[in-house]
Design a protein around this ligand. Sequence first.
Ligand code: C2E
Ligand code: SIN
Ligand code: SIN
Ligand code: FE
Length: 364
Amino acid sequence: MSAYLSPATQYPSTNRAPFRVLVVDDVATNRVMLRAILAAHGYEVVEADCGEAALARLVELEFDAVILDVLMPGKSGFDVCREIRLELGFEFLPVIMLTSLGSPDDMAMGFESGATDFVTKPYNNVELVARVNSAVAQKRLTDRLDDTESVLFALARMVESKDRNTRDHCDRLSHMAVVFGRSLGLSFDELEALRRGGILHDIGKLGIPDGILLKEGPLTESEWLIMRQHPVIGAELCTPLRTMRKTVDIIRHHHEKWNGAGYPDGLSGTDVPLLARVFQVVDVFDALTTERPYKPAFPVDQTIDILERETADGNWDPDLMQRFLHILNDQPEQLQRPLGAPMDPSARILARVLQSGRPDWERG
Ligand code: C2E
Ligand code: SIN
Ligand code: SIN
Ligand code: FE
């Protein structure tokens, strides 16, 4: 396995051949069988015997498709698929689920966790190969779209690295927003938008001069006029991409307020898109509990006081805030990204660039 870890293979171009498939199954004989079938058709196969191992491989290497057994000890195939989409952010990677014969529930669960396709066991070899062929062909088509999006994600992470002291801020926001969204029963598409929003919401700060963005004291009125443009700039950057529709709502409206006193459109109450209201609770919580160029990190107790006061003042959706504070009170550990959770490729590439070329204050 370690042969696969050489730096040269970490970020291969999207045109490389052969196609590489990750086979995830806890039963060794199943993996051997899948490897034999796929290798016979020219695929390079990497195996993982559990969900954790699969996620680790996915961070190390670029794959063209994943074949994922549903029933495994530890993380189920559904859990793994959800993490591939919502934590690693691989939206276009085909994930083919291996389910048992005739279980319609598996299909529903699979689609809710973001699976691309299903193959029922016992499978027919010809059919399996046909499904994998079609999945990787589809992936080549979407790679181009993925490239465009990757540029946006990388730009957003550049902003993050300037504006924030911690490197994994965006991933933390994504994680908290998805956890909060799931507790509200939001759909997969909505959770996906929240994950993207966590990374992209402040991308418009690209257009804000450093003198304002990094200012240590409070902003003057004219500086605020410029700062308040960041949701508008960000929404304009991302609007051309069809896949960003729900995310654009978050980007444009994450600083609206329940009482209409926010920006850029002064929307109020439920006119503020739901996803923006969900996201802003998490954004403000995170801004309060972490250090910014213009403020220290506040302890959680003080943060809760501020959130409650601002909700009473009419800033935030009171029902959503109450639900968020419940999670914070009852299951705070849920909101924490697992320690050592893998970074997605755009974060890792950027971390390397920053380590080689940035001044000390960013190396932290
Ligand atoms: P940000 O740092 O990501 O903050 C996001 C939001 O968290 C803020 O939106 C605000 O609602 C909340 N927040 C952050 N810090 C505090 C705080 O100390 N007290 C309270 N009560 N709420 C806080 P807002 O106000 O619309 O600000 C948007 C962005 O404008 C901020 O993003 C930051 O980049 C910038 N900004 C805000 N205030 C200042 C400031 O005093 N100095 C500088 N240099 N930038 C500021
Ligand atoms: C601050 O309190 O330092 C700025 C954040 C805000 O405008 O609420
Ligand atoms: C994606 O969602 O397509 C990429 C996510 C990222 O690179 O952060
Ligand atoms: Fe913002």
